[in-house]
Design a protein around this ligand. Structure first.
Ligand code: CDP
Ligand code: CDP
Length: 228
């Protein structure tokens, strides 16, 4: 079989990139990797150990020690999705050694996507994060950069948190999101930014179905995806 195809999806928090990535993967028969979950896993490991996520040395050590088994367990942990874990993830993600430690796992996933549920071979991989199109998979056959205004994104995240029964207020979520946007786009290594060849998808006034349709139209028009 030919080399797996890769779709790279980047964008800020709660822009809808994870939802879009899951839906594209399901429609195309591709495996999906939420790379934010890897940074969250490092952040959560430190929090559980009572260690400061802003300590670069400790963060680097925790990232290097994560095994694929640890990652699988943490990815399914409900605490991975809290805003406290997101903030810890954003702190550890500025550390170059942390990013380096997570690079092989991500590139390996793209090159050899795991089988889908039911054992079917995946025909490709969709990775979503902040630096997939720019750093992790610069050769991806299709790249999307998903955005929305910070107010719309804070509103979405608030709804998600409340839906899970968390106590959250809009002003706090908005502030956390602005902090994280600033840290993610201003860091020296692999900052959040669209790849030069990414398709910009502003979902501020699109629902998840409309975003999916626009993305699918873009992906299908790429020569590598002809006939999918
Ligand atoms: O779901 P949400 O967009 O809120 O966050 P996430 O994608 O789970 O990412 C959590 C944090 O991990 C981000 O704020 C980034 O600091 C970091 N991250 C990163 O640096 N690079 C990636 N490829 C993915 C996430
Ligand atoms: O992965 P990321 O943090 O970028 O966002 P997400 O977790 O996929 O989406 C955040 C929320 O926005 C979810 O509750 C989605 O149902 C909703 N949403 C969306 O994903 N896409 C839209 N175009 C509109 C809303």
């Amino acid at each position: 079989p030919s080399a797996p195809l890769v779709i790279a999806i980047d964008g800020p928090a709660a822009s809808g990139k994870g939802t879009l990535a899951r839906r594209l993967a399901a429609a195309l028969g591709f495996a999906h990797l939420d790379t934010g979950g890897l940074y969250r896993a490092v952040g959560l490991t430190l929090r559980r150990a009572g260690q400061d996520p802003a300590d670069a040395g400790l963060a680097a050590r925790a990232a290097a020690a994560l095994t694929p088994g640890d990652i699988a367990g943490l990815m399914a942990d409900p605490e991975l999705r809290t805003e406290a874990t997101a903030q810890a993830a954003s702190l550890v993600s500025v550390v170059p050694a942390v990013r380096q430690a997570l690079l092989d796992f991500q590139r390996d996933f793209a090159a050899r996507p795991p089988a889908l549920a039911g054992g079917t071979r995946a025909r490709g991989a969709v990775l979503d994060g902040r630096d997939i199109g720019t750093v992790v998979c610069p050769g991806a056959q299709a790249k999307l950069y998903v955005t929305a205004t910070v107010e719309v994104r804070a509103e979405r995240r608030l709804k998600e948190l409340q839906g899970r029964g968390a106590v959250a207020i809009y002003a706090d979520v908005l502030k956390d999101m602005k902090d994280r946007d600033a840290r993610d786009s201003q860091r020296a290594v692999a900052p959040l930014k669209p790849a030069a060849d990414a398709y910009l998808l502003d979902t501020s006034s699109l629902d998840a179905d409309q975003a999916f349709d626009a993305a699918m139209t873009f992906v299908r028009a790429k020569p590598a995806f002809n006939g999918r």
